[in-house]
Design a binder for this molecule. Structure first.
Ligand code: UFG
Length: 343
């Protein structure tokens, strides 16, 4: 049997990256992780190894350092494809540190592409975000829904990176790119050995809920109760991180299909929206734990509602999310409990 292809996963110790590494290894791929440990820990590689039986190769480097990045690609010149997660991702932080976000997220993509070009590796899956749609006029959003002006430097880096890939493909059809536009990933691997580990006070809903219920944070603040939605709280398309990880493997394999060249975009969500209060109710139902919360003012920059049309991913990638909201919330709690026990 042919040796499985080597796949480079940048940011592979992070939340979505680590779950994707597990899925790749479980399908027989050899994985090399490039990570700068800025928002992750090297111990995640060992945890991945405990799940899959094989600790992935880890190279600690900053991809926005051009020399280091090109050296890395020369060492791993036999890689068949790249899944590029490495990026700074905190929306609010990006408003206060725009230069850091542009430098970090855009330089890293440019140097990764230069490194790939130097060794003849032409396939890349890019982490994009539904943030590129802003608040769309019509729901669900399809991949053809127009992109709107970004509401944060973080969102703008996603939009610019999509454009960099599109322009690169226009110049040379040898490249094969897919941009996956994630909706709201939550939950954790069923083993509870890997999950989301935000730095400091979580800005996102699910990790705040789990840390609050664990007694590490005050009551959850529900930002706004007067939105034009069924219960007044904003609606998002939450997706289990393991479903999202599986989408990356499907995307990477799609790039290798004969006839595919150029660039394409896919929404990666479940196709169903839930409100903040519905997420809280799911958490309470699935875990038997009470979520203490108070209704507060709207958070600046939040959109009212969004959910995905996922039919393109289902048709072309043969992928569909299969885990429900209760599986998302209960797995997030299991991970939080496991973390508490590990301390
Ligand atoms: N929320 C609260 N309280 C909190 C945290 C969040 O009520 O403490 C609410 C928010 O107001 C929002 C919902 O929970 O209505 C989801 O908020 P998140 O912060 O979890 O997620 P966002 O939809 O704001 O952001 C996500 C990703 C971003 C991405 C964006 C695209 O985290 O990376 O979707 O729309 F840019």
């Amino acid at each position: 049997m042919a040796k499985p292809k080597k796949i480079i996963v940048t940011g592979g110790l992070g939340y979505i990256g680590s779950h994707t590494v597990v899925e790749l290894q479980q399908r027989g791929y050899e994985v090399v992780i490039a990570d700068n440990l800025s928002n992750s820990s090297a111990s995640v590689a060992d945890r991945i190894g405990r799940i899959t039986g094989e600790t992935p190769v880890l190279e600690v480097l900053d991809l926005s350092d051009r020399t280091a990045c090109l050296r890395f690609f020369n060492i791993h010149a036999d890689a068949g494809a790249v899944i590029h997660f490495a990026a700074a991702k905190a929306v609010n932080e990006s408003v206060h540190k725009p230069l850091h976000y542009y430098r970090n997220n855009i330089d890293a993509l440019l140097y990764v592409l230069e490194g790939m070009e130097a060794v003849g590796c032409r396939k890349l899956v890019f982490s994009s975000s539904c943030t590129v749609y802003g608040q769309p006029e019509r729901l669900p959003v399809t991949e053809d829904t127009p992109r709107l002006e970004a509401m944060s430097p973080y969102g703008n880096t996603k939009r610019i990176c999509e454009d960099i890939l599109s322009d690169t493909v226009k110049a040379s059809q040898e490249w094969k790119f897919l941009a996956l536009r994630y909706f709201n990933p939550i939950g954790a691997h069923e083993s509870a050995l890997i999950g989301e580990l935000p730095n400091g006070v979580p800005a996102n809903l699910m990790p705040y809920i789990t840390q609050s219920v664990a007694g590490l944070r005050p009551a959850l603040q529900v930002f706004g109760h007067d939105y034009p939605t069924p219960d007044g709280t904003p609606v998002r398309d939450y997706i289990h991180v393991s479903d999202l990880a599986e989408a990356h493997v499907a995307a990477m394999e799609y790039l290798g299909k004969p006839g595919f060249s150029g660039m394409d975009f896919f929404n990666v969500g479940t196709g169903r929206g839930y409100s903040v209060l519905e997420v809280i109710q799911s958490f309470e139902r699935a875990t038997g734990k009470k979520v203490n919360y108070e209704i507060k003012e709207r958070r600046q920059g939040d959109i009212t509602q969004i959910w995905a049309d996922t039919s393109k991913a289902s048709r072309l990638l043969g992928w569909k999310a299969c885990r429900d909201l209760d599986q998302m919330t209960s797995s997030a709690w299991k991970w939080q409990e496991n973390l508490a026990r590990a301390k």
